[in-house]
Design a protein around this ligand. Sequence first.
Ligand SMILES: [Zn+2]
Length: 58
Amino acid sequence: MPMLHSCSYTGCEILTLSPYCFEHERVVRSEVEAERTHTAARDEPTARELAAAVQPAT
Ligand SMILES: [Zn+2]
């Protein structure tokens, strides 16, 4: 039996069966899609990868 719980989005307490409420699921999904599109469109290291590369290799 599915259990209702509050949305995982910070500060959101809407009860849902999904990780996020309907509204925030759309928000999170669009963010993921945007990042995926951005990464696929530009074959360059991400800011996180650049930051990692900058750190000294000790
Ligand atoms: Zn929410």
